[in-house]
Ligand binder design. Structure first.
Ligand code: AMP
Ligand code: MG
Length: 351
């Protein structure tokens, strides 16, 4: 509970920073004075959700859409609720029958499996048994570093080929073939939820708004006429109140950040991050934050987690080969602050 509260408070901070970064640009430097942005925010999916728009009516309509979509995603994909579809799928692991799932569940699994293969298993939505050993996902943190044997046994349950997905236009079913397997969409569900709201908003003709779920943002149109998007801040992971740079999100683009500063456990006095290397079962060290701008929220979310695990070189290769239109920025966990970018990110950054 304390960890959850901490996360909410820290996410609130992150949210406020992103908002203030947006305000920096909308303030502009010449007349006419900026139109006020309307910002509506509420608690959702264990974090802070928000919508912004210069038009109050748009912001209110968007909030109504977001409330519905986020609740639907939670019913399907929550790792915390016993009654979610995800919990049912996990309970049936190793059983005979497949579990019916929604189109959304199927889509999010397909994207996760794709990134798992592309990242050589660094990203893996089946990492949950390993996460629990390290004291995450509601488990008690261990008193000492878990043994290699225990970790390897849990890692052996994280084979993406042991998931059977039957997807057609009207039926989607999933089956985890081995007992003890567990899916966890913590690395991608928020970005995906933002996409669902974004799509519904588009269908309803809403524009010029920003959707945010715990720092997973996606842009509709622009903040003000002529701005060509929404300027968002990239937070300094070592100083809550500072931004390291800003990046303009063009219409339809999304941004996500993965960091080691929000959720961690301490074992033997050492801080262990909540992102685990799917190849070794060990918490990732050496990286403070990774930010990715992509064409949609789920991709940005999945890639920021994948790139957090991979080395910078491996991450650059992954982006180049599979997501050439995406932008990435790394902040290693060293002082003084160092920023590494892909060339397209560098070209878009405002410092
Ligand atoms: P994010 O903040 O989007 O980077 O997601 C972090 C969350 O993803 C963690 O809290 C875990 O629930 C989950 N996770 C941790 N390690 C991995 C991994 N290697 N692959 C996929 N999901 C992971
Ligand atoms: Mg992520």
């Amino acid at each position: 509970m304390i960890r959850l509260l901490e996360k909410i408070i820290q996410t609130q901070l992150k949210f406020l920073l992103l908002v203030s970064a947006t305000l920096i640009i909308t303030a502009g430097c010449s007349p006419p004075p900026p139109a006020r942005l309307n910002r509506l925010q509420w608690a959702s999916m264990g974090t802070i959700a928000a919508v912004q728009s210069g038009d109050l009516d748009t912001a209110q309509q968007l909030r109504t859409l977001a409330l519905d979509e986020f609740a639907a995603v939670e019913r399907e994909l929550s790792g915390w609720s016993e009654s979610s579809t995800l919990a049912e799928v996990n309970r049936h692991a190793g059983g005979e029958g497949a579990v019916p799932i929604s189109q959304s569940f199927s889509e999010i699994f397909k994207l996760s499996a794709k990134v798992t293969r592309e990242s050589g298993g660094a990203f893996n939505p089946l990492i949950a048994p390993v996460l629990r050993i390290w004291g995450f996902n509601g488990a008690t943190p261990p008193a000492a570093t878990p043994s290699t044997e225990v970790l390897q046994r849990a890692l052996a349950l994280a084979c993406i080929d042991d998931v059977e997905l039957t997807a057609s236009s009207n039926t989607n079913m999933i089956r985890l073939l081995r007992s003890g397997m567990q899916l966890d969409f913590g690395a991608v569900a928020k970005g995906y939820a933002v996409d669902l709201v974004w799509r519904s908003a588009r269908e309803q003709g809403l524009t010029d708004a920003l959707i945010d779920l715990g720092g997973n943002l996606r842009a509709l149109g622009e903040a003000r006429p002529g701005r060509e998007g929404w300027l968002t801040g990239i937070r300094d992971p070592f100083h809550d109140s500072r931004l390291v740079a800003k990046v303009l999100l063009r219409d339809g683009e999304a941004v996500a950040t993965s960091g080691n500063y929000e959720r961690f456990v301490e074992i033997n006095g050492e801080r262990c991050a909540h992102i685990i290397d799917g190849r070794t079962a060990m918490p990732v060290k050496g990286m403070a934050a990774v930010t990715v701008v992509a064409q949609d929220g789920a991709t940005a979310d999945a890639l920021s987690t994948a790139l957090f695990v991979l080395s910078v070189e491996e991450g650059k290769k992954l982006i180049q080969e599979h997501y050439p239109e995406s932008l990435a920025l790394w902040i290693p966990d060293v002082q003084p602050l160092r920023i590494i970018t892909t060339a397209p990110m560098e070209a878009r950054l405002q410092r």
